[in-house]
Design a protein around this ligand. Structure first.
Ligand SMILES: C[S@@+](CC[C@H](N)C(=O)[O-])C[C@H]1O[C@@H](n2cnc3c(N)ncnc32)[C@H](O)[C@@H]1O
Length: 328
């Protein structure tokens, strides 16, 4: 690990930071230690999401972090891209708002991160033919800012440019309110308002965390998101709960989607026709009987009757001998 620390002295960093704030506004989310007592925001901020993402990258990557090529989409103030670049990865960060990207540029310069490549662009232009391929793609806090059909094509483009895994940290739509179709596949979700329809582009750009221009975005439902990952070419996907993020809302998930090789089953060739399976619109999975009230109560009541009584009651039931003969 280890890319050069501050290339300027503390007084110069403080002066340049004040100038960046004057031109582009205060940092809104990503807290980064720059030197001595200088942070982009301050010393008392939590970093649970950053810890989770860095740990996932380190645990799941097939190579050491310093050999990885990582893409951070919608990087905001660059907290994730900068951290991973400081760990030695080759990082490309794409962000649509100049006011956000200028802050990343400032920190990149302060920390001397020549392995961090910054692009101001719309992530909907993502194209492996232009941007290349990546071991790890970060799509954090971004998917739920895109509208249909862009959100669907975007996930396909992420899969096309990823040969390791992608991390999606995203809200999901609850209640399957709207139906969408993309490349003949059905997905469910709901539309969420991002900007007032009558707002100007200038007003939209001022909301530093929001969609760039689209007034609505699609929040894809949980099961549909997994189906979309599968349709896009990911071969398995997992939800991360550790390291913890205790303040995460119940409709937000960190999902890791792996881009592996689809495996064929030798024991059951018929199962290879639909290797990935498809989740239904809703999942209602009953609890096991051991945790259901009536089956447990019935078992406990039965156990109150001595075993010898139960056996003789069973024997006296009509059809008992026929049943025992036919059972294996
Ligand atoms: C909620 S913030 C999340 C930022 C960061 N990835 C994180 O997880 O903290 C969403 C970011 O995506 C950017 N963004 C939204 N839509 C974009 C688009 N179409 N192209 C590029 N950037 C976009 C916003 O400017 C903002 O910086």
């Amino acid at each position: 690990m280890g890319v050069a620390l501050a290339t300027m002295d503390a007084a110069e960093i403080a002066r340049r930071k004040a100038e960046t704030v004057r031109l582009w506004g205060e940092w809104t989310a990503h807290n980064i230690h720059l030197a001595e007592d200088i942070y982009t925001i301050g010393p008392d901020r939590e970093a649970d999401k950053l810890r989770r993402i860095v740990q996932i990258v380190s645990d799941l990557a097939q190579k050491p972090v310093e050999h990885l090529r990582i893409l951070d989409l919608g990087c905001l103030e660059g907290g994730y891209a900068i951290e991973l670049a400081r760990h030695g990865a080759e990082v490309m960060a794409i962000e649509g708002r100049r006011a956000n990207l200028e802050k990343v540029r400032f920190v990149k310069e302060v920390l001397g991160l020549s392995n961090l490549d910054l692009l101001q662009d719309d992530v909907r232009n993502l194209d492996p033919a232009i941007h290349g391929h990546f071991d790890v793609v970060l799509c954090l806090g971004l998917l739920y800012h895109l509208d249909a059909p862009d959100v669907f094509s975007f996930v396909h483009q992420i899969a096309a440019g990823c040969h390791g895994f992608a991390i999606f940290d995203t809200y999901v739509g609850v209640q399957n309110i709207q139906r969408f179709e993309y490349r003949g596949r059905e997905y469910w979700g709901r539309l969420i308002r991002e900007h007032l329809p009558q707002s100007s582009m200038e007003e939209r750009l001022k909301s530093r965390w929001a969609s760039l221009d689209n007034p609505n975005s699609v929040w894809i439902a949980h099961n549909s998101l997994y189906n979309l990952l599968s349709d896009a070419g990911f071969t398995s996907a997992y939800e991360c709960n550790l390291p913890t993020e205790l303040s995460k809302p119940g409709d937000r998930f960190t999902i890791v989607a792996m881009k592996g090789k689809t495996q064929s089953l030798l024991a059951m060739p018929r199962a290879n026709r639909n290797a990935m399976g498809r989740l239904p619109k809703d999942t209602h999975r009953p609890y096991s009987r051991k945790q259901q009230f009536w089956p447990v109560a019935q078992e406990r009541l039965t156990n109150l009757v001595p075993l010898t009584w139960r056996r003789s009651i069973k024997r006296s039931l009509p059809g008992f001998s026929a049943r025992t003969r036919s059972s294996v």
